[in-house]
Design a protein around this ligand. Sequence first.
Ligand code: AHM
Ligand code: MG
Length: 342
Amino acid sequence: MDNKGIEIQRFIVNEERKLTDRRDRRTTGNLTGLLMDLTYASKIISREVNKAGLVDILGLTGTENIHGEEVKKLDEFANDKLYRAMEHGGHLCVMASEENDDIIPIPKGYPKGKYILLFDPLDGSSNIDANASIGTIFSIHKKKTDGEIGTLEDCLQKGSDQVAAGYIIYGSSTMLVYTTGKGVNGFTLDPSVGEFILSHENINTLSKGKCYSANEGNSAFWNEGTRKYIDYLKEKDSSTGRPYSLRYIGSLVADFHRNLLYGGIFLYPADYRDPKKPKAKLRLLYEAAPLAFIVEQAGGMATTGKENIMDIVPTELHQKVPLIIGSKEDVLTYKKFISENE
Ligand code: AHM
Ligand code: MG
Protein backbone atom coordinates (compact mmCIF):
# COMPACT_ATOMS: atom_id res chain seq x y z
CA MET A 1 0.00 0.00 0.00
CA ASP A 2 1.30 3.47 -0.88
CA ASN A 3 1.19 5.48 2.33
CA LYS A 4 2.73 8.68 0.99
CA GLY A 5 0.73 11.74 1.98
CA ILE A 6 -1.82 9.95 4.17
CA GLU A 7 -2.85 11.60 7.40
CA ILE A 8 -1.68 10.28 10.73
CA GLN A 9 -5.04 8.93 11.87
CA ARG A 10 -5.34 6.64 8.86
CA PHE A 11 -1.73 5.57 9.23
CA ILE A 12 -2.15 4.66 12.92
CA VAL A 13 -5.37 2.76 12.24
CA ASN A 14 -3.71 0.87 9.33
CA GLU A 15 -0.79 -0.03 11.58
CA GLU A 16 -3.17 -1.29 14.25
CA ARG A 17 -4.99 -3.43 11.71
CA LYS A 18 -1.70 -4.96 10.60
CA LEU A 19 -0.85 -5.85 14.19
CA THR A 20 -4.27 -7.37 14.81
CA ASP A 21 -4.00 -9.37 11.58
CA ARG A 22 -0.69 -10.74 12.77
CA ARG A 23 -2.29 -11.48 16.16
CA ASP A 24 0.46 -9.45 17.75
CA ARG A 25 -1.42 -8.08 20.76
CA ARG A 26 1.46 -5.98 22.02
CA THR A 27 0.24 -2.57 20.90
CA THR A 28 -3.33 -3.01 19.74
CA GLY A 29 -6.56 -1.48 21.00
CA ASN A 30 -6.26 1.64 23.09
CA LEU A 31 -2.89 2.65 21.74
CA THR A 32 -4.54 4.15 18.67
CA GLY A 33 -6.81 6.34 20.79
CA LEU A 34 -3.91 7.29 23.00
CA LEU A 35 -1.77 8.36 20.04
CA MET A 36 -4.67 10.31 18.59
CA ASP A 37 -5.14 12.21 21.87
CA LEU A 38 -1.42 12.98 21.81
CA THR A 39 -1.54 14.35 18.27
CA TYR A 40 -4.45 16.58 19.29
CA ALA A 41 -2.50 17.97 22.25
CA SER A 42 0.56 18.52 20.08
CA LYS A 43 -1.45 20.54 17.55
CA ILE A 44 -2.63 22.85 20.33
CA ILE A 45 0.91 23.21 21.69
CA SER A 46 2.20 23.85 18.17
CA ARG A 47 -0.37 26.62 17.70
CA GLU A 48 0.72 28.29 20.94
CA VAL A 49 4.44 27.89 20.18
CA ASN A 50 3.91 29.48 16.77
CA LYS A 51 2.13 32.51 18.13
CA ALA A 52 4.38 32.82 21.16
CA GLY A 53 6.05 35.93 19.77
CA LEU A 54 2.71 37.62 19.14
CA VAL A 55 1.01 37.25 22.46
CA ASP A 56 2.17 37.94 25.95
CA ILE A 57 2.86 34.34 26.77
CA LEU A 58 6.66 34.43 26.76
CA GLY A 59 8.69 35.13 29.85
CA LEU A 60 9.38 33.55 33.16
CA THR A 61 6.77 32.59 35.69
CA GLY A 62 9.26 33.17 38.48
CA THR A 63 8.92 29.62 39.82
CA GLU A 64 11.42 26.79 39.68
CA ASN A 65 10.80 23.16 38.75
CA ILE A 66 12.26 20.28 40.76
CA HIS A 67 15.54 20.44 38.81
CA GLY A 68 16.06 23.99 40.07
CA GLU A 69 15.45 25.50 36.63
CA GLU A 70 13.26 28.48 35.88
CA VAL A 71 9.93 27.42 34.42
CA LYS A 72 8.68 29.34 31.41
CA LYS A 73 5.04 29.99 30.76
CA LEU A 74 4.98 27.94 27.63
CA ASP A 75 6.32 24.90 29.54
CA GLU A 76 3.42 25.17 31.94
CA PHE A 77 0.97 25.58 29.11
CA ALA A 78 2.32 22.49 27.30
CA ASN A 79 2.40 20.47 30.52
CA ASP A 80 -1.17 21.36 31.32
CA LYS A 81 -2.42 20.84 27.75
CA LEU A 82 -0.93 17.35 27.59
CA TYR A 83 -2.33 16.41 30.95
CA ARG A 84 -5.82 17.70 30.11
CA ALA A 85 -5.83 15.99 26.70
CA MET A 86 -4.79 12.66 28.16
CA GLU A 87 -6.49 12.38 31.56
CA HIS A 88 -10.00 11.46 30.44
CA GLY A 89 -9.41 9.25 27.38
CA GLY A 90 -9.60 6.01 29.33
CA HIS A 91 -6.30 4.78 27.84
CA LEU A 92 -3.99 5.63 30.74
CA CYS A 93 -3.62 4.49 34.33
CA VAL A 94 -0.95 7.04 35.33
CA MET A 95 1.28 9.75 33.85
CA ALA A 96 4.59 11.37 34.77
CA SER A 97 6.08 14.59 33.46
CA GLU A 98 9.49 16.20 33.65
CA GLU A 99 7.74 19.23 35.14
CA ASN A 100 5.99 17.39 38.02
CA ASP A 101 7.73 16.09 41.12
CA ASP A 102 5.53 13.01 41.51
CA ILE A 103 3.52 10.67 39.33
CA ILE A 104 0.27 12.13 37.99
CA PRO A 105 -2.75 9.96 38.81
CA ILE A 106 -5.82 9.75 36.58
CA PRO A 107 -8.53 11.64 38.47
CA LYS A 108 -11.29 9.74 40.21
CA GLY A 109 -14.35 9.25 38.08
CA TYR A 110 -12.42 8.84 34.80
CA PRO A 111 -12.00 5.39 33.25
CA LYS A 112 -8.54 3.87 33.61
CA GLY A 113 -6.59 2.13 30.85
CA LYS A 114 -3.56 -0.12 30.67
CA TYR A 115 -0.98 2.39 29.44
CA ILE A 116 1.48 4.72 31.15
CA LEU A 117 2.51 8.03 29.58
CA LEU A 118 5.79 9.74 30.44
CA PHE A 119 6.56 13.09 28.83
CA ASP A 120 8.77 16.12 28.61
CA PRO A 121 6.18 18.73 27.61
CA LEU A 122 8.54 21.31 26.14
CA ASP A 123 12.17 20.35 25.87
CA GLY A 124 14.83 22.96 25.10
CA SER A 125 12.80 25.68 26.74
CA SER A 126 15.84 27.94 27.19
CA ASN A 127 15.57 28.45 23.41
CA ILE A 128 11.98 29.67 23.37
CA ASP A 129 12.70 33.39 23.41
CA ALA A 130 15.29 33.02 20.64
CA ASN A 131 12.80 31.38 18.30
CA ALA A 132 14.89 28.20 18.00
CA SER A 133 13.25 24.80 17.59
CA ILE A 134 11.90 23.11 20.70
CA GLY A 135 10.01 19.85 21.17
CA THR A 136 7.77 17.53 23.15
CA ILE A 137 9.01 14.00 23.91
CA PHE A 138 6.80 11.08 24.97
CA SER A 139 7.23 7.49 26.06
CA ILE A 140 4.49 4.88 26.49
CA HIS A 141 4.62 1.74 28.61
CA LYS A 142 2.13 -0.93 29.49
CA LYS A 143 0.93 -1.44 33.05
CA LYS A 144 2.81 -4.18 34.84
CA THR A 145 1.32 -4.10 38.34
CA ASP A 146 -2.06 -5.55 39.25
CA GLY A 147 -5.07 -3.37 39.89
CA GLU A 148 -6.58 -0.43 38.09
CA ILE A 149 -4.47 2.43 39.45
CA GLY A 150 -1.02 3.07 37.94
CA THR A 151 1.86 3.28 40.40
CA LEU A 152 5.43 4.54 40.56
CA GLU A 153 6.56 0.98 39.79
CA ASP A 154 4.61 1.12 36.52
CA CYS A 155 6.53 4.26 35.56
CA LEU A 156 9.95 2.83 36.44
CA GLN A 157 10.29 0.45 33.51
CA LYS A 158 13.33 0.06 31.32
CA GLY A 159 13.45 1.55 27.83
CA SER A 160 13.25 -1.82 26.11
CA ASP A 161 9.78 -2.28 27.65
CA GLN A 162 8.37 0.79 25.85
CA VAL A 163 5.48 0.08 23.51
CA ALA A 164 5.75 3.43 21.75
CA ALA A 165 7.79 6.61 21.85
CA GLY A 166 8.00 9.78 19.86
CA TYR A 167 8.56 13.49 19.72
CA ILE A 168 7.03 16.57 18.20
CA ILE A 169 9.45 19.19 16.90
CA TYR A 170 8.21 22.75 16.63
CA GLY A 171 10.54 24.05 13.96
CA SER A 172 10.18 25.71 10.57
CA SER A 173 7.29 23.28 10.37
CA THR A 174 5.84 21.06 13.10
CA MET A 175 6.69 17.38 12.79
CA LEU A 176 5.66 14.33 14.77
CA VAL A 177 8.03 11.35 14.68
CA TYR A 178 7.13 8.12 16.44
CA THR A 179 7.70 4.40 16.68
CA THR A 180 5.70 1.49 18.04
CA GLY A 181 8.65 -0.85 17.58
CA LYS A 182 8.09 -1.44 13.89
CA GLY A 183 10.19 1.30 12.33
CA VAL A 184 10.10 5.06 12.60
CA ASN A 185 7.74 7.35 10.72
CA GLY A 186 7.56 11.14 10.53
CA PHE A 187 4.52 13.33 9.87
CA THR A 188 4.49 17.02 9.02
CA LEU A 189 1.66 19.23 10.21
CA ASP A 190 -0.18 20.82 7.31
CA PRO A 191 -1.53 23.95 8.99
CA SER A 192 -4.06 24.57 6.23
CA VAL A 193 -5.98 21.40 7.11
CA GLY A 194 -4.70 20.93 10.67
CA GLU A 195 -3.54 17.37 10.02
CA PHE A 196 -0.22 15.56 10.36
CA ILE A 197 0.65 14.12 6.93
CA LEU A 198 3.10 11.24 6.42
CA SER A 199 6.20 12.94 5.04
CA HIS A 200 9.09 10.73 6.21
CA GLU A 201 8.17 7.07 5.84
CA ASN A 202 10.31 4.42 7.49
CA ILE A 203 13.19 6.64 8.60
CA ASN A 204 16.61 4.97 8.65
CA THR A 205 19.56 6.85 10.02
CA LEU A 206 23.00 6.68 8.37
CA SER A 207 25.33 4.14 9.97
CA LYS A 208 27.99 6.85 10.16
CA GLY A 209 27.55 10.61 10.17
CA LYS A 210 29.68 13.69 9.52
CA CYS A 211 28.79 15.83 12.52
CA TYR A 212 28.87 15.77 16.30
CA SER A 213 26.64 17.69 18.70
CA ALA A 214 27.84 18.52 22.18
CA ASN A 215 28.18 21.47 24.52
CA GLU A 216 31.94 21.59 24.09
CA GLY A 217 32.19 24.43 26.56
CA ASN A 218 31.93 21.72 29.21
CA SER A 219 34.83 19.65 27.84
CA ALA A 220 37.12 20.47 30.79
CA PHE A 221 34.68 18.51 32.98
CA TRP A 222 34.33 15.45 30.74
CA ASN A 223 36.07 12.13 31.28
CA GLU A 224 39.24 11.43 29.33
CA GLY A 225 37.60 9.02 26.89
CA THR A 226 35.06 11.64 25.79
CA ARG A 227 37.72 14.35 25.42
CA LYS A 228 39.94 12.08 23.36
CA TYR A 229 37.01 11.00 21.19
CA ILE A 230 36.09 14.61 20.36
CA ASP A 231 39.77 15.39 19.61
CA TYR A 232 39.77 12.36 17.30
CA LEU A 233 36.69 13.66 15.44
CA LYS A 234 38.49 16.94 14.82
CA GLU A 235 41.62 15.34 13.34
CA LYS A 236 42.13 15.41 9.59
CA ASP A 237 41.78 11.99 7.94
CA SER A 238 39.73 11.97 4.76
CA SER A 239 39.65 8.13 4.67
CA THR A 240 37.43 8.16 7.78
CA GLY A 241 35.51 11.33 6.90
CA ARG A 242 37.26 13.46 9.50
CA PRO A 243 37.23 16.20 10.63
CA TYR A 244 33.55 16.14 11.59
CA SER A 245 31.48 19.32 11.71
CA LEU A 246 30.11 20.59 15.00
CA ARG A 247 26.36 21.23 15.04
CA TYR A 248 24.80 22.11 18.38
CA ILE A 249 21.52 23.91 18.92
CA GLY A 250 21.22 23.13 22.64
CA SER A 251 17.71 21.81 22.13
CA LEU A 252 17.74 18.03 22.35
CA VAL A 253 14.82 17.30 20.03
CA ALA A 254 16.23 19.62 17.36
CA ASP A 255 19.78 18.23 17.64
CA PHE A 256 18.48 14.66 17.68
CA HIS A 257 16.11 15.20 14.75
CA ARG A 258 18.82 16.69 12.53
CA ASN A 259 21.20 13.83 13.33
CA LEU A 260 18.46 11.25 12.76
CA LEU A 261 17.86 12.61 9.26
CA TYR A 262 21.47 13.45 8.28
CA GLY A 263 23.48 11.06 10.47
CA GLY A 264 25.74 12.09 13.35
CA ILE A 265 26.30 11.71 17.06
CA PHE A 266 24.86 13.70 19.98
CA LEU A 267 26.73 13.66 23.27
CA TYR A 268 25.72 14.89 26.70
CA PRO A 269 28.27 13.11 28.87
CA ALA A 270 28.54 13.26 32.65
CA ASP A 271 30.12 16.33 34.24
CA TYR A 272 33.05 15.49 36.55
CA ARG A 273 33.38 18.96 38.16
CA ASP A 274 33.14 17.07 41.41
CA PRO A 275 35.02 13.86 40.54
CA LYS A 276 33.34 12.02 43.40
CA LYS A 277 29.88 12.98 42.18
CA PRO A 278 29.68 12.98 38.39
CA LYS A 279 26.46 14.65 37.23
CA ALA A 280 24.37 13.90 34.19
CA LYS A 281 21.87 16.39 32.77
CA LEU A 282 19.33 14.54 30.64
CA ARG A 283 16.47 12.53 32.10
CA LEU A 284 16.25 8.82 31.48
CA LEU A 285 12.46 8.48 31.38
CA TYR A 286 11.45 11.62 29.49
CA GLU A 287 14.41 12.18 27.17
CA ALA A 288 17.01 9.41 26.90
CA ALA A 289 14.84 6.26 26.78
CA PRO A 290 12.24 7.46 24.24
CA LEU A 291 14.92 8.83 21.89
CA ALA A 292 16.91 5.60 22.34
CA PHE A 293 13.87 3.58 21.23
CA ILE A 294 13.48 5.77 18.15
CA VAL A 295 17.16 5.73 17.22
CA GLU A 296 17.39 1.94 17.59
CA GLN A 297 14.32 1.53 15.41
CA ALA A 298 16.04 3.73 12.82
CA GLY A 299 19.20 1.59 12.95
CA GLY A 300 21.19 3.76 15.38
CA MET A 301 22.34 3.33 18.95
CA ALA A 302 22.18 5.00 22.39
CA THR A 303 24.52 4.49 25.32
CA THR A 304 25.81 6.11 28.49
CA GLY A 305 29.27 5.03 27.32
CA LYS A 306 29.04 1.82 29.27
CA GLU A 307 25.41 0.74 29.30
CA ASN A 308 22.81 0.67 26.57
CA ILE A 309 20.20 3.28 27.44
CA MET A 310 17.39 0.81 26.67
CA ASP A 311 18.71 -1.65 29.30
CA ILE A 312 18.77 0.72 32.27
CA VAL A 313 16.21 -0.09 34.93
CA PRO A 314 15.17 3.25 36.45
CA THR A 315 15.28 3.60 40.20
CA GLU A 316 13.71 7.05 40.38
CA LEU A 317 11.31 9.14 38.34
CA HIS A 318 13.71 11.98 37.54
CA GLN A 319 16.85 9.91 37.14
CA LYS A 320 19.50 11.51 34.91
CA VAL A 321 21.93 9.69 32.63
CA PRO A 322 24.80 10.53 30.28
CA LEU A 323 23.41 10.29 26.75
CA ILE A 324 25.44 9.47 23.66
CA ILE A 325 23.09 8.78 20.77
CA GLY A 326 23.06 8.61 17.00
CA SER A 327 24.63 6.75 14.09
CA LYS A 328 25.70 3.24 15.10
CA GLU A 329 29.32 3.29 13.94
CA ASP A 330 29.90 6.65 15.62
CA VAL A 331 28.44 5.47 18.93
CA LEU A 332 30.51 2.27 18.77
CA THR A 333 33.68 4.29 18.20
CA TYR A 334 32.78 6.45 21.21
CA LYS A 335 32.32 3.33 23.36
CA LYS A 336 35.75 2.10 22.27
CA PHE A 337 37.35 5.37 23.41
CA ILE A 338 35.60 5.06 26.77
CA SER A 339 36.69 1.46 27.37
CA GLU A 340 40.29 2.24 26.33
CA ASN A 341 40.55 5.23 28.66
CA GLU A 342 39.08 3.94 31.91
P1 AHM B 1 15.23 21.14 29.41
O1 AHM B 1 14.47 19.85 29.46
O2 AHM B 1 15.16 21.89 30.71
O3 AHM B 1 14.85 22.02 28.27
O4 AHM B 1 16.81 20.81 29.30
C1 AHM B 1 17.25 19.88 28.39
C2 AHM B 1 18.07 20.57 27.32
C3 AHM B 1 18.16 19.74 26.09
O5 AHM B 1 17.18 20.09 25.16
C4 AHM B 1 19.52 20.06 25.55
O6 AHM B 1 20.07 18.98 24.86
C5 AHM B 1 20.30 20.37 26.78
O7 AHM B 1 19.37 20.72 27.78
C6 AHM B 1 21.23 21.53 26.56
O8 AHM B 1 22.00 21.75 27.69
P2 AHM B 1 23.19 22.81 27.71
O9 AHM B 1 22.56 24.15 27.70
O10 AHM B 1 23.91 22.52 29.00
O11 AHM B 1 24.07 22.56 26.53
MG1 MG C 1 13.77 18.37 28.78
